[in-house]
Ligand binder design. Sequence first.
Ligand code: SF4
Ligand code: SF4
Length: 71
Amino acid sequence: MPVIVQHKCPQDHPCPCVRMCPVDAVNQEGFEAPEIDKNKCVDCGVCVNFCPYQAIIDLSLEENISTSSLR
Ligand code: SF4
Ligand code: SF4
């Protein structure tokens, strides 16, 4: 399941993942870091692979990352 690493997202552009997500699970308010609707996400990986800043990561692939580093 993807999670947003807010401090890696520059929050200065419309997130392309909003329209790339096949199930409309990525939401963005203004230019803020997007949020992922976990109830809709089907874990396709499109947003994880696309974000050029690695601001969307798949936690299952980042087992060593600590929760505090996500804030
Ligand atoms: S593509 Fe990445 S850096 Fe750009 S808005 Fe989306 S999450 Fe943030
Ligand atoms: S992993 Fe796929 S379904 Fe889930 S939010 Fe990203 S693009 Fe949408």
